[in-house]
Design a protein around this ligand. Structure first.
Ligand code: 4NP
Length: 153
């Protein structure tokens, strides 16, 4: 069992989308029992809220339902509980690395790191248009496939 935590800033756009895309991949391939998946934000401004309506709509267009997720802030215990802590952008990454105990830092990296053909950061779609949400899903698709391959699936 590999425990994966997706992290962005608000936990209402990118990381709940990442959780939704990755969970959909696991379901397609019957791998749900091999992974435990969650998401969180480095900021807690939206704690308790469902994903942004535009993120929910973009996910729904591709057949994922992320409406049941609720935002939460990263907790200190997450660094111990999860095996992989995957940041959406460099700001999330540096925030996580500052907080992580030294013996947990190796778990923390960019989700897009090493994913061929894409930039290393998932851009924040919150202040943009619908197209930003579509691009985010394209990136998360590619990174989810790369993560499964890296994990031997
Ligand atoms: P996320 O997007 O980090 O992808 O969830 C954001 C959502 C809200 C805010 C920032 C980023 N905000 O500042 O409210």
């Amino acid at each position: 069992m590999t425990r994966v935590l997706f992290v962005c800033l608000g936990n209402i756009c990118r990381s709940p989308s990442a959780q939704g895309v990755f969970e959909a991949r696991l379901a397609e391939r019957g791998l749900q029992s091999a992974f435990e998946v969650d998401s969180a934000g480095t900021g807690g401004y939206h704690a308790g809220e469902p994903p942004d309506r535009r993120a929910q709509a973009a996910a729904r267009r591709r057949g994922y339902d992320i409406s049941g997720q609720r935002a939460r802030a990263v907790r200190d215990g997450d660094f111990h509980q999860f095996d992989l802590i995957l940041a959406m952008d460099r700001s999330n990454l540096s925030n996580l690395l500052q907080r992580a105990p030294a013996n947990c830092r190796a778990k923390v990296r960019l989700f897009m790191s090493g994913v061929r053909g894409w930039p290393e950061e998932v851009p924040d779609p919150y202040f943009g248009g619908d197209q930003g949400f579509e691009q985010v899903l394209d990136m998360l698709d590619a990174a989810s496939d790369a993560l499964l391959a890296e994990q031997g699936y």
